[in-house]
Design a protein around this ligand. Structure first.
Ligand SMILES: [Zn+2]
Length: 228
């Protein structure tokens, strides 16, 4: 079994039995994140409960800044998939507050996919793990392969808005599982971060072209202001 796979499945079990180190500060803790780091992360939470209106609601748990930005980087680049669990749960709590205030269609949760080559080297797709924890909390159905990444794309960082859109054109395809569905539900997309929205819009466009309704998106973090 690959090391990353081993860690993903057995580490949470081991962590339940023994104190381990907080992945963010290396201090001993019985939780996924120590109380001190959790407090710092909670300070990044948006207090405004209104979702960003981008033609569709984009609901973010926190600001992509400070402790939360570091936690997401640690999750992705420091092989720390267990961080997805508390982040996904907090996002689930945030969703439930929102869901209590609006009329919602029947929803299926679909994570933004990663290209298979990239996922293989990372060992996991953080959006899928966040969606897993989100669905455990909200009891919404999860469709892991609702979208597929069919084209490898460059990192979006540093690209202009136009270049981002070009980079993402035809990056996604609709998974068989959604195409073959008899009673379609609206899709709620899940990702770790939302900056310009280019990835989200490309994914939503792919679904809509296939006649699938997209309700909106939930993300762990979004930037303060939209970057060009
Ligand atoms: Zn800590």
């Amino acid at each position: 079994m690959k090391n990353a796979t081993w860690k993903r499945w057995f580490r949470p079990v081991l962590d339940l039995c023994f104190n381990s180190n907080c992945p963010l500060c290396q201090r001993s803790t019985a939780q996924e994140v120590c109380l001190d780091c959790e407090r710092q992360l909670q300070q990044c939470r948006w207090t405004d409960l209104q979702p960003l209106a981008e033609g569709w609601p984009v609901l973010a748990w926190g600001r992509y800044d400070g402790a939360l930005r570091r936690a997401i980087a640690t999750l992705k680049y420091n092989n720390t998939p267990q961080l997805a669990r508390p982040l996904g749960q907090w996002l689930g709590q945030r969703w439930q507050t929102y869901a209590a205030s609006v009329a919602l269609p029947a929803l299926t949760v679909v994570p933004i996919p990663m290209h298979p080559d990239k996922q293989k080297s990372r060992g996991f797709n953080q959006a899928e793990l966040i969606a897993e924890a989100f669905c455990q909390h909200t009891h919404l159905p999860l469709e892991r392969e609702g979208l597929l990444r069919v084209r490898a794309t460059e990192a979006q960082f540093g690209l202009s808005a136009g270049a981002r859109a070009d980079n993402l054109a035809n990056a996604f395809a609709v998974g068989e599982v959604l195409l073959n569905r008899r009673s379609p539900k609206s899709i709620l997309l899940v990702d770790d971060i939302y900056t310009t929205g280019a990835t989200a819009h490309s994914a939503a466009q792919t679904l809509r072209r296939a006649g699938i309704r997209v309700y909106g998106m939930v993300v762990v973090a979004r930037t303060m202001r939209q970057e060009g």
